[in-house]
Design a protein around this ligand. Structure first.
Ligand code: MTE
Length: 326
């Protein structure tokens, strides 16, 4: 008998928001003669519990959302309420604590140019709305596990990173993608702290970046990404600790040398390039065996590769003598 064993991160349908909720919402809005942006402008934010305290702003990409869910990426636990997710963030550009959502609203999202350079056929720059127009958007429910041993589950909208790599047309000499966040201390007070190596930098191998699971998130909860989550373009690689998920990206450089990331530069003994999730390899200062599920009272066991091993473990089979899990 050919029974496909569901992967560890797959489906308990009752626990997730059914697609029909999003579909019905679209019909409801259409019936009222309002696109989502109309409601957002009126300060009405749907898909979240309770009113948002984040000021609503018209985003030119608002009418692209919600997008169809890719049923291959669903979850075995409930989604984290948007109201929880929106108020617990790591975004050091706006402060080294979790309540940066207010400060992050200073980020201006348009114009937002994204540069593609390095070992590519032809370097280019593209505005975020032109980039979005080239991509097929979908929704994926992903886990998110921070190295600080807390976790969330998020309905990201966006597109596979492999589509972005295809657009960039890297040369065969490119081995890594180096990503960079905006750098504007006038907007982001954290960037005035000159002891930190701004801008925030992260990197992936080309094999990681083109793995099916690597996702460029442009929205969440059925609408454009909130600023505090890294609008308008952020990485979601759910088998890796959260610090790899670089926010508000402005540059993708295709390079031959392994990039040194922001946290690796600051604390190389604690944070490395790979940062794959492994409950058996503790952080030098705390255990990674369990995680606190935000918005709940529960602490659950952390899974190797955050439960996504079937999709990604093969990427690391031949890598020897490296710290794959820190
Ligand atoms: N990206 C930038 N540019 N700056 C940051 O401080 N923090 C990282 C990651 N991306 C960070 C970043 C960390 S440590 C985590 S856990 C996640 O963003 C948090 O994402 P969230 O706030 O959307 O949950």
């Amino acid at each position: 008998m050919n029974i496909r064993k569901p992967p560890k991160w797959a489906l308990k349908e009752a626990l997730t928001t059914p697609e029909s909720v999003f579909a019905n919402r679209r019909e409801f809005l259409a019936g009222m003669g309002l696109g989502f942006s109309g409601l957002a402008a009126a300060g009405v934010l749907l898909g979240q519990e309770g009113p948002s305290t984040i000021p609503a702003e018209i985003d030119p990409s608002a009418n692209l959302y919600p997008v169809p869910r890719n049923a291959a990426f669903t979850l075995d636990r409930a989604l984290t309420a948007e109201s929880v997710n929106a108020k617990w963030n790591n975004f050091y550009e706006f402060g080294s604590h979790k309540e940066i959502s207010g400060a992050a609203q200073a980020l201006k999202l348009r114009p937002w140019m994204v540069t593609f350079d390095g070992l590519v056929e032809k370097p280019f720059e593209i505005g975020i709305d032109d980039l979005l127009a080239k991509m097929k958007l979908e929704e994926r429910l992903y886990r998110h596990r921070c190295v600080e041993a807390w976790s969330m589950t998020i309905p990201w909208s966006g597109f596979p990173m492999k589509d972005l790599v295809a657009l960039a047309k890297p040369l065969s000499s490119a081995k890594y993608v180096r990503m960079e966040t905006f750098n504007n201390p006038a907007v982001a007070p954290g960037q005035k702290q000159t002891w930190n190596p701004w801008p925030y930098v992260e990197g992936l191998t080309i094999e990681e970046a083109t793995n099916e699971l690597a996702f460029m998130a442009t929205g969440a909860y059925g609408k454009p990404m909130a600023k505090q989550h890294g609008a308008p373009l952020r990485l979601a690689v759910p088998w890796k600790y959260g610090f790899k998920h670089i926010k508000s990206i402005t540059r993708f450089s295709f390079v031959a040398e392994r990039p040194v990331s922001f946290w690796e530069k600051i604390l190389p003994a604690e944070y490395g390039f790979w940062a794959n999730i492994n409950p058996e390899v503790p952080h030098p200062r705390w255990s990674q065996a369990t995680e606190r599920v935000l918005g709940t009272e529960t602490r659950v066991a952390t899974l190797p590769y955050n439960g996504y091993g079937e999709l990604v473990a093969h990427l690391y089979k031949n890598i020897k003598g490296e710290r794959l899990y820190t």
